[in-house]
Design a protein around this ligand. Structure first.
Ligand code: TEU
Ligand code: CA
Length: 565
């Protein structure tokens, strides 16, 4: 209803492809993916049919957190290329009809950023107040907050006699958004990139930029040494004021898209970020479906999600955004998450089939879909046997934390296999040759050992591959307006195996039915759903699935999309 009498924005009709530059394609044999490497692969992305490319941080960085620790916002990291190479990539992308959005990481900088270097020199340096410093309380940290990567969020500076705040690693000090000079610095650097012609930003942990001035202790969950910082840092008192100011001063002047990464934000809060009339962001990434398999130690667990919970989460967001003129971003994974076939599908005998099924479920929802590199060929988690094979700071920290707790090695390595961010970061397998065609040198992170079976060359040579199925899903979105504008209705909240929903527009209704189990299932279409004809638009089954007597029979991980009239 909301959408129909409104002009649809380009980013509402777009599909985004996320490129993790370090792991995409290495053009110069140093083992690290780079910007010219991305440019070489633009025809591949064009063939897939996506509209927008999101690049993880490409800025100068000591790489403590793979580019999320920035030491110069106006320079390209030499490992990834030069500014001239970035400009060439942007021009080439635009020439081919692809847009590029960059990652904006402004909750924190690197501790090697000149602002922080100056801030550490003295309390009277004007840059001191660019960061968040607190005096000790009774000789201790000002509160109990624990950092996302383990340990306290506070690090003591002996010379100054003060603690500084870092919600992530200690090399990632948080910026003080209360200081208007900091905000102006941020707006300036945004203009620097927007004036080069980029098409928008993905904003890292933007829900965390405004801290509760009381810095209250956070709740301590079972088995944790530190309290959570979320209560005092997520969706803080001024976050909407800051984003509206950013909109007024910067965003509204450009035809761009913005997507905020917003940990610890529920659907009600997301309306405040994305409702068009509030003039903040276009959409946000929430984590509700990513939390369904958390366990007693948080993210690192060997739990598996339950389908009714997944349906409840996705349905809540679909309805909330539709009813309140917000907009969804849709994703199964990204550079911080496990591979979807392993996590939500079946990476054994039904790898390709379940990858396609997951594609159906996500791509027929309302919102802007994001495809994380490798998802379009059904990449799986990397089963590394040794902790030394992992590179990620979060993985190493959790390994030591779990060891100290005395947890069993089996559980530690299994939860790392299931959840490590490196699952998503293994280099892109382009072919079955040495180093999967990713590099002629030594890859910075090991390849997924299954690259001879799961790679791009193989997918491109097989008309039945996940790649061509994703290509069809993207084409459907471009063809049928109902996928962008239709109203969403969940048909079967409690069914533990099947996810069935409709998208209804003025003229057309889509029916999507997907089997999340390895057993055949029959879905009974509810009587209230009346239609004269049904046309199958796409299925991952080999033979077409007819609707007979209001029933649809699906094989293991089968999925089907019908157009009902
Ligand atoms: O991630 C923010 C975030 O919420 C993380 O805590 C995320 O939940 C975690 O990585 C999951 O294990 C963003 C970036 O996407 C991530 O790569 C960065 O490390 C982080 O911010 C700090 O910039
Ligand atoms: Ca390189």
């Amino acid at each position: 209803m909301m959408m129909m009498n409104k002009k649809i924005k380009w980013w509402q009709k777009s599909v985004v492809y996320q490129v993790y530059p370090k792991s995409f394609n290495d053009s110069n044999g140093d083992g690290i993916g780079d910007i010219p490497g991305i440019q070489q692969k633009l025809p591949y992305l064009k063939k897939l049919g996506v509209d927008v490319i999101w690049l993880n941080p490409i800025y100068q960085s000591p790489q403590v957190d793979n580019g999320y620790d920035i030491s110069n916002y106006r320079a390209v990291d030499p490992e990834l290329g030069t500014m001239a190479e970035f400009e060439s990539l942007l021009t080439a992308a635009h020439t081919q009809g692809l847009k590029i959005i960059l990652d904006l990481v402004v909750n924190h900088t690197s501790d090697q950023h000149p602002w922080f270097k100056a801030a550490e020199q003295s309390k009277s340096d004007p840059h001191h107040d660019y960061y968040i410093w607190k005096d000790p309380v009774d000789g201790h940290e000002p509160n109990n907050w624990g950092s996302s990567f383990g340990g306290s969020t506070w690090t003591y500076n002996q010379a100054l006699g003060q603690y500084y705040l870092h919600l992530f690693a200690k090399q990632q000090p948080d910026l003080n958004w209360e200081n208007p000079k900091v905000r102006q610095e941020v707006y300036d650097l945004m203009r620097f990139w927007l004036d080069k012609g980029i098409d928008g930003f993905r904003m890292d942990v933007i829900s965390l930029i405004s801290k509760d001035p009381k810095y209250p202790d956070g709740p301590v969950i079972q088995n944790k040494k530190y309290g959570s910082y979320y209560a005092g840092a997520a969706n803080g008192p001024k976050v909407h004021e800051y984003l509206h100011e950013m909109y007024q001063q910067v965003l509204r002047k450009y035809d761009i898209m913005t997507v905020g990464e917003t940990p610890h934000t529920n659907a009600d809060e997301a309306v405040l970020y994305t409702k068009a009339s509030r003039q903040e962001l276009n959409m946000v990434f929430h984590f509700d479906h990513m939390h369904l398999d958390y366990g007693k130690y948080g993210k690192f667990s060997d739990n598996r999600f339950k389908l009714p919970d997944l349906k409840a989460v996705l349905s809540r967001w679909q309805t909330k955004m539709y009813d309140h003129d917000g907009w969804n971003s849709l994703y199964w994974s990204n550079h911080d998450q496990a591979r979807p076939v392993t996590r939500f599908g079946n990476d054994g005998p039904f790898r390709e089939k379940s990858a396609k099924m997951l594609g159906v479920v996500l791509h027929m929802l309302q919102g802007t879909p994001y495809i994380y590199q490798g998802e379009e060929i059904g990449m799986t988690n990397a089963d590394f046997k040794h902790i030394e094979d992992y590179q990620d700071i979060e993985t190493h920290n959790i390994y030591h934390e779990f060891k100290q707790k005395g947890l069993a090695d089996d559980f530690i390595m299994r939860s790392i296999y299931l959840k490590s961010r490196d699952n998503a970061r293994t280099p892109m397998p382009w072919n079955a040759h040495q180093n999967a065609g990713f590099t002629t040198g030594q890859p910075w992170l090991k390849l997924n050992p299954n690259y001879t079976a799961v790679n791009v060359a193989k997918a491109l040579a097989d008309q039945q591959s996940v790649f061509y199925f994703y290509q069809r899903l993207i084409a459907l979105r471009h063809q049928y307006a109902v996928i962008t504008t239709g109203k969403y209705d969940l048909l079967n909240p409690d069914d533990p195996n099947i996810y069935a929903y409709t998208r209804s527009g003025d003229q057309q209704t889509l029916l999507v039915v997907a089997n999340f189990s390895a057993q055949p299932q029959t879905y009974q279409i509810p009587a209230k759903l009346s239609f004269k004809d049904s046309k199958q638009l796409l299925s991952n089954e080999t033979s077409p699935k007819q609707i007979e007597q209001q029933q649809i029979a699906l094989g293991a991980y089968g999925a089907v999309i019908y157009l009902l009239n």
